[in-house]
Write a protein that binds this ligand. Sequence first.
Ligand code: UDP
Ligand code: MG
Length: 319
Amino acid sequence: MNTPILSVVIPVYNEEASLPALFARLYPALDALDKAYEIVFINDGSRDRSAAMLADQFHLRSDVTRVILFNGNFGQHRAILAGFEHARGEQIVTLDADLQNPPEDIHLLLAQMDIGYDYVGSIRRQRNDSLWRHVASRLMNRMRERITSIKMTDQGCMMRAYSRRIVDTINQCNEMNTFIPALAYTFAQNPTEVTIGHEERHAGESKYSLYSLVRLNFDLMTGFSLVPLQLFSMLGMLISLGSGLLVTYLMLRRLIIGPEEGGLFTLFAIAFFLIGIALFGIGLLGEYIGRIYNEVRQRPRYLISAILEKNEQSDKESA
Ligand code: UDP
Ligand code: MG
């Protein structure tokens, strides 16, 4: 296999229903580019037949296919990180295995790279997801826009292209939990975006529950910004100022008019409100402390059980 110019990195988790169609569309699309390419599949601990299907595909097209097998489920972003570490191309494209973004559009991203952009983001032309995903992601997009300096029209779309320099820089980062498009954006010198197609998931189902989406967005906020914490100290300052004024007022009132009675439930309401804010603040601190905790443990981000590739077809034990 001569050195590839293009590496396509694809995380796969329980995608047995999508893989046949993916293989059928991806390889012709890449062959048509007339560029030396490789496809790096990462099997993220699938419990279905995905691993076996990837191995079969590897034997069919071992000239351009490499497969990294994780021995557990480490999540989409860590799978992509593993792909980055093993990718050899000058241009690296990430793609989901579920065909929601058409592999036939990869050339649109590469055209921008050829012009000289080092990061090509993507915007879904017409998003085909459930309504709640639409609304939630619009909301998260807007919040991210406010509290981080990352400019991205459509943060949910993973089909993107990165230059070798950006991927090398990402490979030097050892954050445990991250959000690849945002991390890459912070290293980009010349980013741009293109509009690509988006289809409904034809087979299988989304691997993200509401809970994991919320987690991912916490990673995005706390991993790229201190603004939530800073807002909180500002809020704390305002509240203490307000309560200081209230105490002064009540003290003067006590001295001038005398003791008051009643207003018990108003007091409760105020107290509950403040307790709520305090609990939220503790939770927020917890998010950051959790991140720090994950970092200091320095456990491996993922474990590879085997790598299928031509020549050095081996079972590497890797940490
Ligand atoms: N994925 C993964 N590990 C996970 C979850 C997802 O490798 O723990 C892969 C999945 O196989 C797919 C991509 O990440 O290729 C995006 O997942 P999905 O399509 O379920 O996400 P959605 O499109 O619903 O955001
Ligand atoms: Mg999808």
